[in-house]
Ligand binder design. Structure first.
Ligand code: MGD
Ligand code: MGD
Ligand code: MO
Length: 759
C-alpha cells in the first residue's frame, strides 16, 4: 500500500482556496526576501495603471487599466524579483569562477540580484570581467562581420521585450541579412500562431475581456490560471458569480480552477469565504484532448446540434470533418481520453446547451506532438456552433510572456509574411532576406552541427528553457560568441561560447531616461490591446542601458563593420522612442497614429478580423480541418511506462525559481517530485516517498535519464505522471516536438520509472 501523502517530507494537501490570506502572506514574504518591502509595495501600486508600468508577469489584460489595485500574488513576486535590493556585481564575479557558479542552483544564480555592468568572459581566469559598452558592441560587430553568411547567426528573443526594442531588433537583424529569429513563442504558442490562421485567418485570440461578461460557458483546456494568469481568476470569479458555467479539461485538479478567494474582496477576506469556479471538471489523460474533442463532436453531429446558418454562410469543409468524426471509434476515444463515454457526452451536452461559449487554453494543448492539429480541433468545436465572432463567444489562447504576442506583431518572426518584408523594403530602401529562418529547435540543431556560430539572446534563458539540455548546452558551447541581454544572472550565461558577453539592461519598473526625457515603452496583451508602460524606479545600476539602446548599439557597430549600405540613424531613433513608434506605425498594420493612441489610458485595440467574421484564409471561409487520428502521438500510451507532462510550480516564472513551494498542489520546500496515481505507484511496486529515476523510452538511456526524483501519490488519471519544468527537461529529446510548429512536446514524454539505484 502507498503511504498517505502526509508522511512524505514537504507534502501536505492544501485545503484553502486559491488567493486569499495565503496569497497576501506570500507576497509579503517574497518582498521581504528581496529587501524591497517599502519600494516594492509602492511599485506594486503603480502596476497596471494608466500612468504606471505593465506587469511583467503575464499577458492577461487589465480591465481598462483603471483598477487601483490590479496586482496579484505572482505579479508581485515578479516585481519583487526585479526591484530586489540585491546586486550581482563584482562581489559575485570576482569571487566565483564559472564552474563554481555552475555548481549553484538556478534559484541561487538569480537570487544574486540584478546585473550591474557589462561583462565579458575571460578564458584565462574562467570568470566574467567588466567590459566597456563600446568594446562589447565592437566585439559583437567583429564576430558578426566575420561570418560567411548572416544566416550563421541566431537572434533569440524572449517575450518580455517591448514593441520598441523588438521592432529595432528585427530591423537590425534583417538589415544585417537573416530571418533567424528563434523566440520563446516557438516553445509556447507557436501551434496557435501556425494553426489558427488556416482555420480562421488570424493567429490570435478573438475575444475581449467584455466577452466574459456575456458568456454562458467557459471551456478551459490545459492551463493553470491560479498560478500563471492569476488576474484571470478575478474574471472567472465574476463569471461564476453570474451563474455561468466553467468546465475544465485537465489531468490535474488545479486549485486555482476550483476555488478562489479574492484578496481584493473585503467579504472574501473577512469571512474566509471563496467562490467556486469550475462547475464541471473533466480529468482527462495527458494528450487525450483530440480524443475528447472528437467524442464531443460526435455527439454534436448525432444530435444535429449545429449552427447550420453560420456553417452555410461562413465555413468550408464540414462534410470532410463529419466523415472523419463518424469514422472515429468510441472505444478508442474512451481509451485515449481516459474519460467514460457518458462523461464525454455530458461535456458535449453542456456545450450544446450553452448559447455563447469561450474556449480558453494554454500549454496543456500547445506543447504536444500534433499540437497544431489539436488547436484546429478546438476551433472545429467552436465553429460547429458558430461560437466565434459574436458577443460572449470565441477562442482565447492564454499567452505566455507579457509581450510575446506584441513581439511577433512587430516582426520577431522566423517565417515573415511577404507583406512585412515588402513594408520594410518600402520604408527603409533595403531588400530584407526572403528565405525563412530558424525556430528554437532548428537554431539549436544548426548551432550543434556548426552551421551557426554566433548566438545573441534578447532576454530569456534558453539553456534551461529548451528541451534537450544535453544538445542545447553542447550547441551553445560550440559558438564563437554568445551574448545575453539580461536583468539577472542565469545558467545560459554560464553555458557559453568561446567568447561571451552579458549585457545588463533596465527592467520594466525602472526609469528609462534618454536624450528627450523619460521614455515609455509599449506592449500587447493576450487580447490584442496595446498600451504604454512607464517605469518609476531608479535603475538598479547607473551602468545599465535600455533594451532599445543596446539593440541600437549592436546595430550601429555591426552595420558599420559590415559596410552595410543600409542607412538608419540608430542614435537618433533611441533618443526618443516616439520616433521608433512612428516607424512601427508606417510598417505594421493597425498602428496608425500609434503615438497619439498610446497616450489614451488603456491604450487601443489592434482588431481581429475573425472577431468580425471576416475570414482571411485562402478560400475566404472559416475552415473545418481534419486530423485523421485520435491519439496525438506515438508517445501517448507507452507500453512499458508512463507519459510525463512538465508544469510550472506556483513559485516560479519559467526558468526563474522564486522559491520551492507549490502551495496549491501541496508541495512545500522541494521541487524534485514526480506525481503519479496511487494505482500506478502500486503497479510499479513503489511507495510514496521512494526515490526514483526516469528514463525516456525510445531514447539513449545514457543521456535521457534523470535521477533523484521522489514519488508523490496524486489524484491523476492512470498512465500519467507530472514533474516540474525545468528539472525534467533533460528527459526531453529535441526530436520530441510538434512537426508543424516545431514546438517541443514538453507535455508528452514517454518515460520508464525505476527505483533509484546509485550509478
Ligand atoms: N507566475 C507565472 N506566470 C506565468 C509563467 C510562470 O512560469 N509563472 N509563465 C508564463 C508563460 S511563458 C506561459 S506560456 C504561461 C503558461 O501558463 P500555463 O499554460 O497555465 O502553463 P503550465 O504550468 O505549463 O500548465 C499547463 C496546464 O496544462 C495541464 N496539462 C498538462 N498536460 C495536459 C494535457 O495533455 N491536456 C490538458 N488538457 N491539460 C494538460 C497541466 O495540468 C497544467 O494545469 O504562463 C505565463 N505566466
Ligand atoms: N519542460 C518545459 N520546458 C518549457 C516549458 C514547459 O512548459 N515545460 N515552457 C516553455 C515556454 S512556454 C517558454 S515561454 C520558455 C521560456 O523561455 P525564456 O523566455 O527563454 O525563459 P525565461 O525563464 O522567461 O527567462 C528568464 C531570464 O530572462 C531575463 N529577463 C527577465 N526580465 C527581463 C527583461 O525585462 N529584459 C531582458 N532583456 N531580460 C529579462 C532574466 O535574465 C531571466 O534570467 O520555456 C519553455 N520551456
Ligand atoms: Mo510561454
Amino acid at each position: 500500500m502507498s503511504k498517505p501523502r502526509d508522511t512524505i517530507k514537504g507534502i501536505h494537501p492544501y485545503k484553502g482556496p486559491a488567493g486569499g490570506w495565503d496569497a497576501l502572506k506570500s507576497v509579503t514574504r517574497h518582498l521581504y526576501e528581496q529587501d524591497v518591502l517599502v519600494k516594492g509595495n509602492r511599485t506594486l501600486l503603480d502596476m497596471n495603471k494608466p500612468e504606471g508600468f505593465d506587469c511583467p508577469g503575464c499577458a492577461w489584460p487589465d480591465p481598462n487599466h483603471h483598477s487601483s489595485f490590479e496586482y496579484c500574488e505572482n505579479g508581485a513576486k515578479a516585481i519583487a524579483w526585479e526591484t530586489t535590493a540585491k546586486r550581482a556585481d563584482e562581489t559575485v564575479f570576482d569571487r566565483y569562477t564559472i564552474p563554481e557558479l555552475m555548481a549553484q542552483t538556478d534559484h541561487w544564480l538569480e537570487d544574486q540580484g540584478r546585473l550591474t555592468d557589462p561583462l565579458v568572459y575571460d578564458a584565462a581566469s574562467d570568470r566574467y570581467q567588466p567590459i566597456a559598452w563600446g568594446e562589447a558592441f565592437a566585439l559583437i560587430a567583429r564576430e558578426l562581420a566575420a561570418l560567411q553568411s548572416p544566416d550563421e547567426a541566431e537572434f533569440y528573443a524572449s517575450g518580455r521585450t517591448s514593441n520598441e526594442a523588438a521592432f529595432l531588433y528585427q530591423l537590425f537583424v534583417r538589415a544585417y541579412g537573416t530571418n533567424n529569429f528563434p523566440d520563446c513563442s516557438n516553445m509556447c504558442h507557436e501551434p496557435s500562431s501556425v494553426g489558427l490562421p488556416k482555420s480562421i485567418g488570424v493567429g490570435k485570440g478573438t475575444v475581449l475581456l467584455e466577452d466574459f461578461e456575456e458568456t454562458d460557458l467557459i471551456l478551459s483546456f490545459g492551463h493553470n490560471p491560479g498560478t500563471n494568469h492569476p488576474r484571470m481568476l478575478g474574471t472567472l470569479r465574476e463569471v461564476a458569480k453570474r451563474g455561468a458555467r466553467i468546465a475544465v479539461f485537465n489531468p490535474i485538479r488545479e486549485r486555482g480552477l476550483e476555488r478562489f478567494a479574492d484578496p481584493k474582496s473585503l467579504k472574501d477576506m473577512a469571512t474566509f469565504g471563496s467562490t467556486q469556479l469550475a462547475t464541471d471538471y473533466f480529468q482527462l489523460r495527458i494528450g487525450g484532448d483530440i480524443a475528447l474533442l472528437k467524442g464531443m463532436m460526435k455527439c454534436l453531429f448525432e444530435w444535429d446540434a449545429l449552427d447550420h446558418e453560420f456553417i452555410t454562410t461562413h465555413t468550408a469543409g464540414l462534410d470532410a470533418l463529419r466523415a472523419d468524426i463518424e469514422r472515429s471509434d468510441w472505444d478508442e476515444i474512451v481509451a485515449v481520453s481516459g474519460l467514460p463515454r457518458a462523461e464525454i457526452t455530458r461535456a458535449a451536452r453542456l456545450y450544446a446547451d450553452a448559447k455563447s461559449v469561450i474556449l480558453c487554453y494554454g500549454m496543456g494543448i500547445t506543447q504536444h506532438h500534433n499540437a497544431t492539429e489539436t488547436v484546429q480541433q478546438l476551433m472545429n468545436l467552436l465553429l460547429l456552433r458558430g461560437n466565434v465572432g459574436r458577443p460572449g463567444a470565441g477562442i482565447c489562447p492564454l499567452r505566455g510572456h507579457s509581450n510575446v504576442q506584441g513581439d511577433r506583431t512587430v516582426g520577431i518572426w522566423e517565417k515573415p509574411a511577404p507583406w512585412l518584408l515588402d513594408a520594410i523594403e518600402r520604408e527603409f530602401g533595403f531588400a530584407p532576406p526572403r528565405h525563412h529562418g530558424h525556430t528554437v529547435v532548428e537554431a539549436i540543431e544548426a548551432m550543434l552541427d556548426g552551421r551557426s556560430k554566433v548566438f545573441i539572446g534578447l532576454g530569456g534563458n534558453v539553456a534551461m528553457a529548451s528541451s534537450d539540455p544535453a544538445k542545447t548546452w553542447a550547441a551553445m558551447r560550440r559558438q564563437n560568441l554568445t551574448v545575453w541581454i539580461s536583468t539577472k544572472l542565469n545558467r545560459s550565461h554560464l553555458v557559453h561560447g568561446k567568447q561571451a558577453l552579458i549585457l545588463p539592461c533596465l527592467g520594466r519598473t525602472e526609469i528609462d531616461a534618454q536624450a528627450s526625457g523619460p521614455q515609455s515603452i509599449t506592449v500587447e496583451d493576450s487580447m490584442s490591446m496595446v498600451h504604454a508602460s512607464l517605469g518609476m524606479n531608479k535603475p538598479a545600476s547607473p551602468n545599465l542601458k535600455s533594451e532599445p539602446v543596446i539593440v541600437a548599439g549592436i546595430a550601429k557597430a555591426t552595420l558599420a563593420q559590415t559596410q552595410s549600405p543600409v542607412q538608419i540613424d540608430w542614435d537618433w531613433l533611441v533618443a526618443d522612442y516616439d520616433r521608433i513608434r512612428d516607424l512601427i506605425a508606417r510598417v505594421i498594420p493597425g498602428f496608425t497614429n500609434f503615438n497619439e493612441k498610446i497616450r489614451t489610458p488603456g491604450g487601443f485595440y489592434l482588431g481581429n478580423t475573425a472577431r468580425e467574421r471576416e475570414w482571411k484564409t485562402q478560400n475566404g471561409k472559416a475552415n473545418f480541418l481534419v486530423f485523421p487520428f485520435i491519439a496525438p502521438n506515438p508517445n501517448h500510451s507507452p507500453k512499458d511506462g508512463l507519459v510525463l507532462t512538465t508544469v510550472r510550480s506556483h513559485d516560479q516564472y519559467n526558468t526563474t525559481i522564486y522559491g520551492y513551494d507549490d502551495r496549491y498542489r501541496g508541495v512545500f520546500g522541494r521541487r524534485d517530485v514526480v506525481f503519479m496515481s496511487t494505482e500506478d505507484i502500486m503497479a510499479l511496486g513503489l511507495e510514496g516517498g521512494d526515490s526514483i529515476s526516469l528514463e525516456t523510452i525510445g531514447a539513449d538511456p545514457a543521456i535521457y535519464r534523470a535521477d533523484g526524483f521522489v514519488v508523490v501519490p496524486y489524484d491523476l488519471p492512470r498512465g500519467c505522471c507530472v514533474a516540474y519544468y525545468p528539472e525534467a527537461n533533460p528527459l526531453i529529446p529535441l526530436e520530441n516536438r510538434d512537426a508543424v510548429s516545431g514546438t517541443p512536446a514538453y507535455k508528452a514524454v514517454p518515460v520508464r520509472v525505476m527505483r533509484h539505484v546509485a550509478r
